[in-house]
Design a protein around this ligand. Structure first.
Ligand code: ADP
Length: 368
């Protein structure tokens, strides 16, 4: 994790404390607490209905919390109306004014804040340059591509220089290539302006590409928080492990410190003070951390110390371009997937018997 975000002595820019949002008996946001640092790009990632947009809307001021506090710069915001929060917002639907030009759309927040005309022109010109739409200033939204419209929406949100920019699935309506281009632009924009951005998406790759930190949402709670690297390499729980990337799970029983049994066979585990002999545990191994060897190769390559090996039968091979996957089933019926770069190859066919190996240090351990 980036050290800057671990420094708990720094005063956060935004503090959500014990935030709740109930709709009748339904709990959309469940006692959520989160600190957001100034200048950070933080993404709310989770499946549909997990409470991301509701949390963002409470921060923006469009929804009122059932209970809890929202502080920005140490000040309570709950009774401050949206337009006085110093927060810009960009939605998936660009919500541009169709009858106004690009220039007038961007100028709109300044017009309602009654800035004088010269100041307004200066700021709008700066925004047009920032999002590289100078040549399109006099067009109407309908005369722009989806990506260009979204850039207008971003410029309009930034023109009154908010401290915080909130973005709710802003690229969700665009095709993959354009989305990736705008992700790159957004990352550069964030870097150049030093803005604090809170971004909502259900797309894990987008979250990884954009964010310094990711908050993983499930049932109105944050169940994982950290950099993409740390959440991927060392997920705090099995939910995050399976939500972020692909994972293999093995149901094991602890047989002592650093040891477990799996389908009647002994395995090495990372040492952990948290579990006792007899505990039911789940080991998680990422597909790219597992190796598959033919029986002949396994016989000539002794198992290195600290590694595990289980026998399995190949069920399916998939070619994915850069990489390949090999799905296997153990004698006890556990399904595992091994991923390798295509250049390395997985020279098997369905029905082959293979040995699947992984280093104990590469497996995460969770309570079952
Ligand atoms: P996400 O952004 O993660 O998709 P939301 O925050 O939009 O999730 O919604 C969380 C849950 O709250 C959903 O189950 C949704 O149906 C519910 N919800 C959101 N707004 C309302 C509302 N105005 N009335 C009732 N339920 C709502």
């Amino acid at each position: 994790m980036n050290a800057i975000f671990q420094d708990s002595s720094r005063q956060p820019l935004v503090s959500l404390r014990n935030l709740n949002k109930h709709y009748g008996n339904f709990v959309a946001v469940d006692n959520l607490s989160l600190d957001i640092q100034e200048g950070e790009f933080l993404t709310f990632l989770g499946s549909s209905g997990s409470g991301k947009s509701t949390t963002l809307s409470m921060l923006a001021g469009f929804e009122t919390p059932s209970s809890g506090a929202i502080e920005v710069g140490g000040k309570d915001l709950v009774n401050v109306p949206p337009h006085k929060r110093g927060i810009g917002m960009v939605f998936q639907r660009y919500s541009l004014f169709p009858h106004l030009s690009v220039r007038d759309n961007i100028a709109f927040p300044l017009a309602i804040r009654k800035l004088d005309a010269a100041e307004r022109e200066r700021k709008v010109d700066a925004m047009l340059r920032l999002v590289q739409l100078e040549a399109f200033a006099n067009r109407r939204p309908a005369q722009l591509s989806g990506g260009q419209q979204q850039r207008v929406a971003i410029a309009r949100a930034l023109v009154y220089e908010p401290r915080i920019l909130l973005m709710d699935e802003p690229l969700g309506a665009l095709d993959k290539k354009l989305r990736e281009d705008l992700q790159d632009e957004l990352r550069q924009l964030h870097r150049r302006l030093g803005l604090t951005i809170v971004y909502v998406t259900h797309d894990q790759e987008e979250a990884m590409r954009l964010s310094q930190r990711i908050a993983i949402f499930s049932h109105g709670k944050i169940v994982g928080l950290g950099s993409g690297v740390s959440l991927y390499q060392d997920p705090p729980n099995a939910f995050v492990a399976s939500f972020l990337g692909n994972s293999n799970f093995l149901d094991v029983t602890a047989t002592g410190q650093g040891a477990a049994s799996f389908e009647g066979q002994g395995l090495a585990m990372r040492l952990s003070s948290e579990h006792r002999t007899g505990d039911a545990l789940r080991l998680m191994v990422r597909p790219e951390k597992a190796l598959a060897l033919s029986q002949a190769d396994a016989a000539t390559n002794p198992l290195p110390p600290g590694w595990n090996e289980v026998s399995a039968t190949v069920s399916e091979l998939l070619f994915l371009g850069e990489s390949q996957t090999c799905s296997v089933v153990t004698a006890g019926g556990t399904e595992l997937t091994v991923r390798a770069l295509s250049a390395t190859g997985l020279p098997f066919k369905p029905g082959d018997t293979v040995k699947v190996r992984w280093a104990a240090a590469d497996a995460c351990i969770y309570s079952a």
